[in-house]
Design a protein around this ligand. Structure first.
Ligand code: 13P
Length: 254
C-alpha cells in the first residue's frame, strides 16, 4: 500500500447468500469492526441483496457494489441490469470483466470496454478485472495478456473519466484454488499495470489509481500482500463470506 491511496478491501460474494444472510452479515461486520477512517470496505452481493443492504451499510467507509452490469442504458435485454439501475440501488462500484464472466459467460475485452464506459457514464466506479490463466503464465505471456486486457478495457477513454476507476489483478490460477500469488509475484504485475496505466493516461492517474489483488486472499496472507507498494487492496471471494475472516481482512496490518 501507499499512504497516498486509500486501501480498499472488497467482498465479491459471487452467487452466495440469500437476502436474509446478506443483511445479517452486514449488520454483524459493521458492529464488529466499526467505522473505517483509513480504509474502505466494499460489499458486492448478488443483485437480489443490493436493495436490502444498501440502507444498512451506514457506517463511514462502507460502500456497496454490484458484480456485473449491462452496457446499454435500457431496452429489450432480458435478464440484464443497467449501470444506472445499480446507481439507483445505492451502488458506488460495479465489478467488470471478472474472470468467471470472461470464462463462463463469454465476456470479451470489447464487452468489458463497453461496460467500463457505461459504468463511468452512470456515475459508478468500475472495478475492472484483469489476469492471466495458468498456461499463459507458464508460457511467459502474463504481461502481454494483461496489457491487452488493459488496452481493451480502457480504449477510447480519456484521463478525465478515470477518476475513481479501480483495477483488480486476479490471476485465474489463484482464484478459489487456495494457491495465492506470492507478494513478490503480485507486486511485479501490479507495478506493470501501474506503468501501463501511466503510459495510457499519464502520471496523475498512475499515482491515484487503486490496484487490488484477488485470488485466495486470506487472513494469513493479507498483511504480506498489503505491504507491497503497488497493492492497494484486495478483491476477496471465499474469505469474504464469513464475518470472522472478512473482519480479519478489513483489519489488515502492515
Ligand atoms: P477467492 O478469494 O475465492 O480466490 O476469489 C477471488 C475472486 O475471484 C474475487 O473476485
Amino acid at each position: 500500500m501507499n499512504p497516498d491511496r486509500r486501501p480498499l478491501i472488497a467482498a465479491n460474494w459471487k452467487m452466495h447468500k440469500t437476502l436474509g444472510e446478506a443483511v445479517a452479515f452486514v449488520e454483524s461486520i459493521q458492529e464488529q469492526t466499526g467505522p473505517c477512517a483509513d480504509r474502505e470496505v466494499l460489499i458486492a452481493p448478488p443483485f437480489t441483496a443490493l436493495r436490502g443492504i444498501s440502507g444498512k451499510l451506514s457506517l463511514h467507509g462502507y460502500s456497496l457494489g454490484a458484480q456485473n452490469c449491462h452496457w446499454e442504458q435500457k431496452g429489450a435485454f432480458t435478464g440484464e441490469i443497467s449501470a444506472a439501475m445499480l446507481k439507483d440501488m445505492g451502488c458506488a462500484y460495479v465489478i467488470v470483466g471478472h474472470s468467471e464472466r470472461r470464462q463462463l459467460f463469454g465476456e470479451t475485452d470489447e464487452t468489458v470496454r463497453l461496460k467500463t464506459s457505461a459504468a463511468i457514464g452512470a456515475g459508478l466506479a468500475p472495478v475492472v478485472c484483469v489476469g492471466e490463466a495458468l498456461e499463459e503464465r507458464e508460457r511467459g505471456d502474463a504481461f502481454e495478456v494483461i496489457g491487452r486486457q488493459l488496452e481493451g478495457a480502457f480504449q477510447g477513454l480519456g484521463p478525465e473519466r478515470m477518476n475513481g476507476v479501480v483495477i483488480a489483478y486476479e490471476p485465474v490460477w489463484a482464484i478459489g484454488t487456495g494457491r495465492t500469488a506470492t507478494p513478490g509475484q503480485a507486486q511485479e504485475v501490479h507495478a506493470f499495470i501501474r506503468s501501463r496505466i501511466s503510459s495510457i493516461f499519464g502520471k496523475a492517474i498512475e499515482k491515484s489509481v487503486r490496484i487490488l489483488y484477488g485470488g485466495s486472499v486470506k487472513p494469513s496472507n493479507v498483511d504480506a500482500l498489503m505491504a507491497e507498494p503497488d497493492i492497494d487492496g484486495a478483491l476477496v471471494g471465499g474469505a469474504s463470506l464469513e464475518v470472522g475472516s472478512f473482519k480479519s481482512l478489513i483489519q489488515f496490518n502492515v
